[in-house]
Design a protein around this ligand. Sequence first.
Ligand SMILES: *[C@@H]1O[C@H](CO)[C@@H](O)[C@H](O)[C@H]1NC(C)=O
Length: 346
Amino acid sequence: MGFCLPGYKTLRRGKYVLLLFVSLSVLAWIATFSGEIVKSAQIFSASPQTLVQADSLRDQLNTETAAPNQIETPTPKAECPKESPLLQGAVKLSFESSLTLKDVESKNKGVTDGEYEPSDCTASQSVAVLIPHRSRERHLLYLLNHLHPFLQRQQLHYAIYVIQQAGDATFNRAKLLNVGYLEALKDYSWECFVFHDVDLVPENDHNLYVCDNQPKHLVVGRNATGYKLRYKGYFGGVTAMTKDQFLQVNGFSNTYWGWGGEDDDLRIRVELQKMKIVRPPADVARYTMVFHKRDSGNEINKDRMRLLGQTPLVWKKDGLNSCTYKTMLLERQPLYVNVTVDIGKP
Ligand SMILES: *[C@@H]1O[C@H](CO)[C@@H](O)[C@H](O)[C@H]1NC(C)=O
């Protein structure tokens, strides 16, 4: 007979083997499961703080293995406090001629592809900072050097976009900002946009780069004008509008080539929508204007007064909805997204 029933002893040994096998599988299952949680926490953010959180999570799991069904998924990050504890107020700005892009990169390791998000709390707003630019590398470097730590101290989720005008036709700041808005929204649904001149550096981090329920003008004063508003109704330099406010006014006009007028045009658009420009207190909304001479290719726009007279008639068809351009290069650098764009000529 080829078939043989196991004896009583063999049966008992078999039971032990089975028991051993079952307990080993349970152990293996627990090990992979807690490993999985730690891994997902790491993907969420690789900052040391989150790793600490992940460790404590694993400890928690190990004490809870008696009832594995009650393991909960990690709770989402709490909202960042109403006022960031990291704010420093007025700071002395420095503009070292020896500063390099590498220096700024190594000081801002938390920034990837120009984007940053606090690791330990959820930011109140997601903000895209748009900087129109052409051959002002030194100014851009100084601005990045100050702006990144400034925005991080404000605990914002933000990204910086530098929109460079290709070619050497007359500069068009407003159209570049329209392009920046349209391009940034392809990356993420930013709720707030800050339109930022490259030569203005904020001096006080209580000047919050967030949007309000009205369009916000962030530059009350600059060192070049004795920290006084340039003129009543001035809405240039650095402004903040929500995605919807900007859409409602159809963005900037595309027709202002050369220096001046486009910011007044935006003010008219805002006023036509019965919106009211708000400003932070003067002692906070202070900027240092880094010295430069007028750029060639950005001469004063002599046509600006005539154009401003037409704004109420043309704003609906001149703006975001008529902004045509050709993206020449979209490059994600460590500290900003570079969008180089052909916007045509006057
Ligand atoms: C403002 O400060 C910057 C940086 O220190 C300096 O280059 C510029 O000349 C100052 N402007 C005035 C008018 O003081």
